[in-house]
Design a protein around this ligand. Structure first.
Ligand code: GTQ
Length: 348
């Protein structure tokens, strides 16, 4: 509402009126319109960074306080400091750090929420999706698409820690959560490990395969070894001034995002490179896989190193200064913005 000057009597009459209609669950739009329809996004989320070195010990402590079996999923949720209590790192996206101790399993279940994993430490743990196991190594990006059965385990000797990314807040917004437990803790291995990667992840598809219109990737793992090789292979010539050398993970059968609600990306910033100011509507979670640097988010600088995680809310201005050759994994709800015609970016 524009600032019109009004008589005190008129102001009082309006207040009385608001009070009367309030009892009927009515409210005047003209008092709130400016806050509803903003000229640019005004996310209540704030930028934040979690230093791996500072959260690793508390996470391992959880390993002594509660078993994976008791917890079902032993996870510390990374809550946006401005959205405490909502289990959300942005308005639409959830992130957490999951710990599985040697010999433990996290029992099979499925839910409509889509999930990704990014292994940070403890090579040798696995995630099984619909009867196929994937052994994870650091930096591997693993999918558990909505409504797929999944369980995790750690046959190794070291604690396994990975980043979980889910669309929990988005599914909550749509009131569309369904879940169920499996009758078995650990799924039968219906297929040999690597089966889906061979069928769908080598620039070929099963001859009669037809992806559904909205379908997650049939590939459940994007090994870091391959993504890393791709990044190194394209790192010649001039990096994009805003993004460096950046690739997006795709559903190889459609070219779309790995899962309908979650997009994922990996980028390389050469040592000394400084990105130009960049904004986009998809609030994004970043994880440093290699290197180090400074993320300047809306004018506040956060230093980061390996395994550190930071969040850049919608329409915050991001600049990254790499102080070593740096690889950043990131994920967001960009596919949803794009499907709904809402996605925007601005490059200065
Ligand atoms: O591993 O299935 O961080 O269901 C949150 C919910 C992980 C999982 C989370 C989950 C999972």
């Amino acid at each position: 509402m524009q600032a019109h000057s009004i008589e005190p009597a008129q102001a009082q009459a309006r207040r009385d009126y608001y009070e009367r209609i309030d009892k009927q669950n009515l409210t005047p739009l003209w008092e709130v319109l400016g806050r509803l329809v903003t000229s640019t996004p005004t996310s209540p989320a704030v930028a934040a960074l979690w230093r791996y070195a500072e959260i690793r010990e508390p996470l391992l402590e959880a390993g002594r306080l509660i078993s994976a079996a008791e917890a079902e999923r032993r996870v510390l949720v990374l809550e946006n400091p401005a959205l405490r209590g909502l289990s959300a790192i942005t308005q639409s996206v959830y992130a957490g750090l999951q710990l599985i101790m040697p010999g433990e399993v996290a029992a099979a279940h499925r839910h409509t929420q889509s999930a990704l994993r990014l292994l940070l430490e403890g090579d040798g743990a696995y995630t099984a999706v619909d009867g196929e196991r994937t052994t994870m190594r650091r930096g591997d990006f693993v999918l558990t698409p909505g409504w797929t059965w999944h369980d995790h385990g750690n046959p190794g000797k070291q604690p396994a820690i990975w980043l979980d990314g889910l669309d929990i807040p988005l599914v909550r917004f749509f009131d569309a959560s369904f879940s169920e437990h499996s009758s078995v803790a650990t799924q039968m291995q219906a297929k040999p490990e690597g089966d889906s990667l061979k069928r769908y992840g080598t620039n070929m598809l099963p001859v009669d395969y037809q992806p559904a219109r909205v379908s997650p990737s049939p590939v459940f793992v994007y090994p870091y070894e391959r993504s890393r090789e791709a990044l190194l292979g394209i790192s010649h010539g001039e990096p994009d001034p805003h993004l460096g050398f950046k690739l997006r993970y795709v559903n190889p059968a459609t070219g779309g995002s790995p899962m309908p609600t979650i997009g994922a990306y990996v980028q390389r910033l050469p040592r000394g490179f400084e990105t130009r100011p960049y904004r986009c509507t998809d609030g994004t979670v970043y994880v440093c896989l290699e290197g180090s640097g400074y993320a300047d988010i809306n004018g506040t600088t956060h230093s980061f190193g390996p395994n550190d995680i930071f969040v850049v809310p919608s329409w915050n201005t991001l600049r990254i200064h790499a102080t070593a050759d740096t690889h950043l994994f990131s994920f967001s709800d960009r596919p949803v913005h794009q499907a709904l015609g809402l996605w925007r970016e601005a490059r200065e």
